[in-house]
Design a protein around this ligand. Sequence first.
Ligand SMILES: NC(=O)c1ccc[n+]([C@@H]2O[C@H](COP(=O)([O-])OP(=O)(O)OC[C@H]3O[C@@H](n4cnc5c(N)ncnc54)[C@H](O)[C@@H]3O)[C@@H](O)[C@H]2O)c1
Length: 276
Amino acid sequence: MSTNGKLQGKVALVTGAGRGIGRAIATKLASEGARLVVNDLDLEPVAETVDLINKSGGQAVACAGNVTATDFAERFVGKAMEEYKGLDIIVNNAGYTWDNVVQKMSDEQWYAMLDVHLTAPFRILRAAQPVIRALSRSDKEKSVVRKIVNISSVAGLFGNAGQTNYSAAKAGIVGMTKALAKEGGRLNTTVNCVAYGYIKTRLTVGAATEKTENIDGRDIKVGVNSDLLALMERSIPLGRGGSAEDAAGAVYLFCIPESNYVSGQTLMCTGGLTGM
Ligand SMILES: NC(=O)c1ccc[n+]([C@@H]2O[C@H](COP(=O)([O-])OP(=O)(O)OC[C@H]3O[C@@H](n4cnc5c(N)ncnc54)[C@H](O)[C@@H]3O)[C@@H](O)[C@H]2O)c1
């Protein structure tokens, strides 16, 4: 790990960082010198990410648990303060999809997506506000800028059939980002959003018409039909789906000092797709 990285000494919290995009974000931030608080639902994937970072000379601690639990936000923010006495970057990444056409979508399905993609980030940022306010008052250098990065999707920007719940939640996080960018200004905190297109993770890869993963106690169908994936890749100007590392790069851009005057924005990380 770098000792003179762009994020040297910063404290970064990443949800859903036990695998996929979240893990790539956590390892990228750590490789640039940030000290990490790593969250995922279960301890095992979290411990793997923590090990990966610590074994490469970085610094990370685990904060396993469901981001939708009512006490999670305080625990998460508290962990950063307890371990590192600081909080500089929060990435709200945890989530999954639970699709169905609207006439077959249950209330449980609807609220599950709002809970994980919208309410959980709201609670985390609500819990972080007084901590950031106190830290910013005691900053020796008044130029310290803190960074919030929320994760959205092209489904939130353009809509996706079968994803009324997910599209609504991912559109909601764009609005929340804009509102909090206005509130965060006086705390020298930028609030931005990254909207992904097709990134190859367990959520999207695989023929998987029948493949399920147990997420948050529910067996959720994952993966996208391979014909559809091939079609999607052909419509991406860069000609391929993104890797988790490609995805992490877009978040990193909002975390570095060069983006200190950029706030309230949604960056599409889609390989060049500008619509759907
Ligand atoms: N992969 C894509 O193409 C794509 C596209 C658009 C947006 N996204 C978004 O990117 C984010 C990361 O997705 P990914 O593709 O890396 O998926 P992934 O399944 O590989 O990783 C997501 C992680 O979040 C964790 N998680 C889910 N619910 C959680 C909860 N309640 N509490 C704590 N952790 C939880 C999972 O256990 C998992 O480790 C999600 O918000 C997703 O909606 C992904």
